[in-house]
Design a protein around this ligand. Structure first.
Ligand SMILES: [Zn+2]
Length: 228
């Protein structure tokens, strides 16, 4: 959060701000989200904090644990696979629709998004670059004019960011910008076949860059390890 801001926060804007911080890896998985601390940080009541945390738990970005409070979620290997399987079902077809509906204005939005991503990478703002590369995917669903799919993709992209934080192998390649450039080319030519294929390949690449072996997750506490 920008401390110099004097805006009025409500549960929606706090949830969006926290989601962005999670997406940008400023709040890594398992970070404790204390109600008092958040209330002070945003200048809001605990009721508003709780509403924001509940909204994020519905998006599976935050885990609410009874008597222990809220934590940034830690997707399991199984959840990680499910998230990418859902993306593989939704996004290639959505990319095809986006290509078929592409306008010059929408193309300009995608081009600006890629330019911002490059600027962030050059400035070594990896978190911001990760956020922007995710937003590229959400924009495609928006351009396809599929608001229900857009909401799903937005949640899946944010959860992907948590998965990347936990299971990433190749540090150098976030969402390969090459893949986004190739997609952009297909969109320029309004080529639905190419867009669908490229998105499919891009998501497969993303999955292979994750280390999704069934490694036992370290328990966060002894009591948890002992199930007591
Ligand atoms: Zn991508």
């Amino acid at each position: 959060m920008d401390a110099t801001e004097t805006r009025q926060w409500n549960s929606d804007s706090v949830a969006a701000d926290l989601e962005r911080a999670i997406h940008e890896h400023r709040l890594p998985p398992a970070t404790k989200l204390g109600e008092d601390e958040l209330g002070e940080a945003y200048g809001i009541s605990r009721t508003v904090v709780r509403a924001a945390l509940h909204a994020l738990s519905h998006r599976r970005l935050v885990e609410l644990r009874r008597n222990r409070g809220a934590f940034v979620a830690q997707p399991s290997v199984r959840e990680a696979r499910e998230v990418f399987e859902a993306r593989a079902l939704l996004e290639p077809r959505t990319a095809r629709s986006a290509a078929e509906r592409m306008t010059d204005a929408a193309l300009a939005v995608l081009e600006a998004n890629i330019a911002d991503e490059h600027a962030a990478l050059d400035a070594r703002q990896d978190g911001r670059a990760l956020f922007l590369s995710g937003r590229f995917h959400v924009e495609i669903a928006r351009i396809a004019d599929q608001s229900t799919i857009e909401a799903f993709v937005s949640e899946l992209v944010s959860r992907s960011s948590l998965i990347i934080a936990l299971y990433w192998r190749r540090r150098a390649a976030l969402c390969e910008t090459q893949a986004h450039h190739a997609l952009l080319d297909a969109f320029r030519h309004r080529d639905g076949d190419a867009a669908e294929q490229l998105m499919n390949g891009h998501l497969l690449d993303l999955v292979t860059s994750l280390d999704l072996r069934n490694v036992a997750q370290p328990a966060t506490s002894l009591r948890e390890a002992l199930n007591r």
